[in-house]
Design a protein around this ligand. Structure first.
Ligand SMILES: NC(=O)c1ccc[n+]([C@@H]2O[C@H](COP(=O)([O-])OP(=O)(O)OC[C@H]3O[C@@H](n4cnc5c(N)ncnc54)[C@H](OP(=O)(O)O)[C@@H]3O)[C@@H](O)[C@H]2O)c1
Length: 265
């Protein structure tokens, strides 16, 4: 049976690249970090839950079939000083970041009319402001070290369309899409590309309860493929955007959603 590393090694040129993933302690981020390690990257896995990152490190680094390696760094993306300190340590320990997967995010139910300021601010701070700050600091490091870089921002189909009950989340993800275009425009001259992935529904800690509910099942059934995605169905787009196979792509937003964005709600 072909392993992920065989597939990736043969086609995507990522060996030895330093790839930083935010929100690598669960869900999509944990999966992205694993896939990049399979592809030969030196993965910087970041999140607040340190013990989870350490468990992932042990799993990856003990697997002799995995070409790359994984290095945990505790990071709260809402703390700019923490971002600066982690990036500084990474540059010293492993070298400058070449691939950023800007993935950390939170999902909160909120209706526009009665959304409370505290929750709205939390969502904007984590999903929008922190995405900007992590990307900006990484891009500064890439420029300083003359690194050819790829920034992959994790948006959402809700950045492209709206759904009741996810007001602040949808706004924060629309901002991620627009900031991806801004980054692409201004960073191309430094050989840094920026693209966004807009996932549809993938069952993770953030939404599994909702997806299992009647309301969640209804939403899934409205999309053409009538199911949620499997994490492995994000591998292709991740490796494409991370590697030079996509070197003429920048400023794009790619839905991976089983057709969700073309369905009627
Ligand atoms: N699942 C989906 O269907 C779906 C769809 C579209 C987009 N997305 C996006 O995909 C990304 C990952 O979501 P997920 O579904 O994988 O959710 P998840 O399993 O809840 O993972 C969220 C990750 O973000 C990290 N995080 C949250 N706040 C953080 C902070 N202040 N500092 C550092 N890390 C923080 C969490 O780590 P710690 O708590 O350990 O810090 C965790 O690793 C999010 O941006 C989400 O909006 C998900």
């Amino acid at each position: 049976m072909a392993t992920t590393s065989t597939l990736a090694d043969n086609y995507f040129e990522l060996s030895g690249q330093v790839a930083l993933v935010t929100g690598a302690s669960s869900g999509l981020g944990r999966h992205f970090a694993t896939i990049l390690a399979h592809a030969g990257c030196t993965v910087v896995a970041t999140a607040r839950r340190e013990e989870r990152l350490q468990a992932l490190r042990d799993k990856i680094n003990q697997d002799t079939d995995i070409a790359g390696s994984l290095h945990p760094y505790t990071l709260d993306v809402t703390e700019p000083d923490n971002i600066n300190a982690v990036l500084q340590s990474v540059a010293t320990d492993l070298g400058p970041v070449a691939v950023l997967v800007n993935n950390a995010g939170i999902g909160k139910t909120s209706f526009f009319l009665d959304a409370d300021d505290k929750t709205t601010n939390e969502v904007i701070e984590t999903n929008q402001q922190a995405v900007w700050q992590v990307a900006q600091r990484c891009a500064q490091q890439m420029v300083e070290h003359h690194v050819t870089g790829s920034i992959i921002n994790i948006a959402s189909v809700l950045g492209l369309r709206v759904l009741t009950g996810a007001a602040s989340y949808a706004v924060s993800k629309a901002a991620v899409i627009q900031m991806t275009k801004v980054m692409a425009l201004e960073l191309a001259r430094y050989n840094i590309r920026a693209n966004a992935i807009a996932p549809g529904y993938f069952s993770t800690e953030m939404n599994s309860e909702f997806l299992d509910s009647d309301a969640g099942q209804k939403i899934l059934k409205r999309a053409p493929m009538r199911r949620h995605g499997e994490l492995s169905e994000l591998d292709g787009i991740l490796l494409l955007l991370a590697s030079t196979r996509s070197r003429y792509m920048t400023g794009t937003v790619i839905p991976v959603d089983g057709g969700h964005t073309i369905s009627s709600l």
